[in-house]
Design a binder for this molecule. Structure first.
Ligand code: PA5
Length: 338
């Protein structure tokens, strides 16, 4: 079986995460943003763009003074108003849900910052005189995570939502560069373990919820697989009972548990007890703990591991990690309905 065409470029883009992070962050800090007094932050974006906002929100969940909300739809939450910092992220600049939310944000008087490689979002921001962070184009949006996340962190710091994000970004980029060989090795072995199985990815700290979501989306789009995500300790109050049902799923369920230093010691005890009580309801469990001193380092260590594992899994399955035929078809069909 030959190597799928998109394997090499997807791998190279994934491994460029540290370089992209630096570029994205720098672009945002050069955008002339000013700190403001905001009641809340709303990050709008879908799929491969929206995930960067979710990762930023997970990173800052106990650090930002204002609530950071994700908007993954056409309509804004009621909390979005004059005191809202609205960060609109669309790699293509053409995503209809994001453009709809931006148009509502304009009517409500939100302070809007765009992050995009071009398209209508760039044009709207230019015409309206909003700050806009331009990132290099030409990649699949999910392969541009570093640009978008780096830019999002730069925007949040520039607008006064959190401090120290530049230092965090630099440290994370350095760690990922050093860890690339280890991550590549672990990703290949994980991909072999996931081949032919149904992945369940569990997060064990709120900083890891968006990381688990990234794993799911990358397994969906790169490896063309369904993937389930859930979180501890919450799943100990419901899903623990359902694990293993229906029976035919149990023998092929592969659990990936993401843990880190911020994981509460009682939650770690829960992981052990949950895996014990539910033994026989899954094939195998993999407990993954990242390297890294800072939270962002650890989050992105796990993100890059998931990205690489999904690309390796695509290679083992003989599917092209770059193509997303159904998303392309859906966008084409919806455009015709207008
Ligand atoms: O991976 C993808 O291509 C999608 O998830 C897109 O990111 C999503 O459709 C949104 O498009 P964009 O990122 O250009 O706003």
């Amino acid at each position: 079986m030959g190597v799928p065409e998109g394997y090499r470029p997807m791998l190279d883009w994934a491994l460029d995460l540290p370089g992209q992070l630096r570029v994205g962050y720098k672009a945002a800090r050069a955008a002339g943003l000013k700190p403001g007094r905001f009641a809340n932050v709303v990050v709008c974006g879908m799929g491969g763009s929206g995930i960067s906002g979710s990762i930023a929100r997970s990173l800052l969940w106990d650090r930002a003074r204002q609530p950071i909300l994700s908007c993954r739809d056409y309509d804004l939450p009621a909390a979005a108003g004059k005191d809202t910092l609205l960060v609109a992220i669309s790699y293509s600049g053409e995503t209809e849900e994001t453009l709809s939310a931006v148009s509502q944000a304009r009517q409500r008087g939100c302070r809007i910052v765009a992050i995009t490689s071009g398209g209508r979002l760039a044009a709207i921001a230019r015409n309206a005189g909003w700050p806009s962070v331009g990132v290099p184009g030409g990649l699949p949006p999910r392969a541009a995570l570093g640009y978008l996340l780096g830019a999002c962190l730069g925007v949040l710091e520039g607008c006064g939502i959190a401090r120290g994000l530049g230092r965090d970004t630099t440290a994370a980029a350095r760690l990922l560069e050093r860890e690339r060989p280890t991550l590549s090795r672990v990703a290949r072995s994980l991909a072999r373990a996931l081949l032919g199985r149904l992945p369940f990815v569990y997060s064990t700290a709120r900083s890891l919820d968006a990381v688990a979501e990234r794993w799911r989306c990358q397994l969906n789009e790169n490896a063309k697989l369904v993937c389930h995500t859930s979180e501890l300790p919450e799943l100990d109050h419901n899903e623990i009972v359902g694990l293993g049902g229906p029976e035919f799923v149990a023998k092929d369920t592969e659990l990936v548990v993401l843990a880190e230093r911020d994981t509460h010691s009682r939650t770690l005890a829960r992981v052990r007890e949950t895996l014990f009580i539910a033994r026989g309801s899954y094939h195998k469990a993999h407990l993954l703990t990242p390297a890294g001193r800072t939270r962002l380092e650890r989050m992105l260590w796990l993100v890059l591991l998931g990205d690489l594992a999904s690309i390796e899994l695509a290679r083992l399955e003989g599917v092209d990690p770059k193509t997303i035929v159904r998303i392309d078809e859906l966008k084409r069909r919806l455009a015709q309905l207008k």
